[in-house]
Design a binder for this molecule. Structure first.
Ligand code: SF4
Length: 236
């Protein structure tokens, strides 16, 4: 029998509460089918959100269908996704994944995943080259599958590390596992999505990569990194 935890770690709940009060309710997501979300997420790493949105919209317009995208020459796909980072590598992985999905499933759709358990969906998606834990979390949580998961992108990872919720060397998988332990079971998939958006917004606006603005941060009292930074600037 598993031992009951000695205390409840409520830091994530408090972080969520403060960010919600500071930034307001995130806009409702335009929920896509799992395949479109999969394509978006394969392209999105290290690329600005608005750029990836534009590229996915361009793919839809240029090719007209995901089947046409799959069957297009690699060079044409590469050119069509030129706006994202690493277009050569992403074009290879995307074409391969679309071909393999159609081969394995008989058609180019991921709707069948709705009958799978979440852990099975995650491992199935992560079997494709170029698909990691962040993409599989995005597909299960953001798409119409709407399962419980937390998508840990680079902003989320950085903010979570600075807040001391995970160690400095934690990767996306370890971070997601830890955050899912801390997230109350009542948090629905939509709420986990909102939590991701709040943390990401915080990483883009205040807890930025180069220069976190700790003095105006609503999380300062909860943050060991911020306490150290503000303390040392006051001492100097
Ligand atoms: S106090 Fe500073 S390091 Fe901590 S979350 Fe806020 S901005 Fe980031």
């Amino acid at each position: 029998m598993q031992a009951a935890p000695l205390f409840l770690d409520t830091r994530l709940v408090e972080i969520h509460r403060r960010l919600l009060a500071y930034y307001g309710q995130p806009a409702a997501r335009d929920v896509w089918d799992p395949l479109k979300q999969f394509i978006y997420s394969m392209l999105s790493s290290r690329t600005k959100t608005e750029v990836t949105f534009e590229v996915v919209a361009h793919l839809q317009k240029h090719f007209g269908s995901w089947e046409a995208l799959r069957d297009a020459p690699l060079g044409e796909i590469e050119e069509a996704i030129r706006g994202v980072t690493f277009p050569e590598q992403k074009a290879v992985h995307l074409k391969q994944a679309l071909e393999q999905i159609a081969q394995r499933c008989g058609r180019l759709s991921l709707d069948f995943l709705s009958s799978y358990r979440t852990d099975k969906v995650r491992s199935w998606l992560e079997g494709f080259d170029g698909v990691g834990v962040k993409t599989s979390a995005a597909v299960v949580n953001f798409s119409s599958l709407r399962r419980r998961a937390i998508c840990v992108d680079s902003h989320h990872l950085r903010v979570t590390q600075r807040l001391g919720l995970v160690g400095k060397s934690a990767d996306a998988r370890e971070t997601e596992d830890r955050l899912m332990e801390m997230a109350p079971v009542e948090w629905s998939p939509v709420m986990l999505d909102e939590h991701h958006t709040l943390i990401k917004t915080h990483g883009q606006r205040i807890c930025t990569f180069k220069q976190p603005r700790c003095t105006i941060c609503p999380l300062l009292e909860l943050c060991p990194t911020g306490a150290g930074a503000v303390g040392s600037s006051r001492a100097s």
